[in-house]
Design a binder for this molecule. Structure first.
Ligand code: AMP
Length: 147
């Protein structure tokens, strides 16, 4: 059974576990998919957020979405990358969470997603919360409960 401190832990606001926006790799609306693939490849991330010039969240783009888009009949048509915009390929159907939400809500969402985007008013991008960060916190909490 969960101890009281674990219950309290689940109710903590996610604020302190967020990777802040300035540390998150992203692309902007209007960028082409060649740029997005470059950022994704260089950072090693499989998916990153798509923001506008005012740092509002519009979608997420992944390596798989880009390669799917340029998959020809018998080859990958890399030469098309510079004429396809991220807006045409990204998913607009993404999971977001508010900075005032609890750790428990993030935990529930991160079962099915490697990361979730944290937004403020008017979908302003504040950062992300990742499975890795949550796993680390859960490990700490579990070890504390064994003491
Ligand atoms: P992790 O739990 O650290 O493996 O991260 C899971 C996923 O979150 C990565 O595959 C990326 O899609 C995304 N991610 C993590 N850190 C960053 C970052 N600093 N910038 C952009 N995306 C990130």
């Amino acid at each position: 059974m969960l101890s009281v401190s674990s219950r309290d832990f689940l109710k903590l606001p996610i604020k302190e576990f967020i990777i802040p926006s300035e540390k998150v790799a992203h692309v902007q609306l209007g960028n082409n998919t060649e740029h997005a693939l470059l950022v994704l490849t260089k950072t090693g991330y499989s998916s990153i957020p798509v923001l506008d010039m005012r740092y509002r969240m519009h979608g997420m783009i992944s390596v798989q979405q880009i390669t799917d888009e340029i998959l020809g009949l018998d080859r990958i048509e890399y030469e098309r990358l510079d004429s396809i915009k991220v807006d045409e390929v990204m998913t607009r159907d993404f999971v977001k969470i508010n900075e005032r939400d609890t750790f428990q809500r993030a935990l529930d969402l991160l079962i099915n997603h490697p990361y979730v985007c944290v937004v403020g008013d008017e979908d302003t991008f504040l950062g992300i919360m990742t499975r890795r960060v949550v796993m680390k916190q859960l490990k700490k909490q579990l070890y504390l409960s064994l003491d």
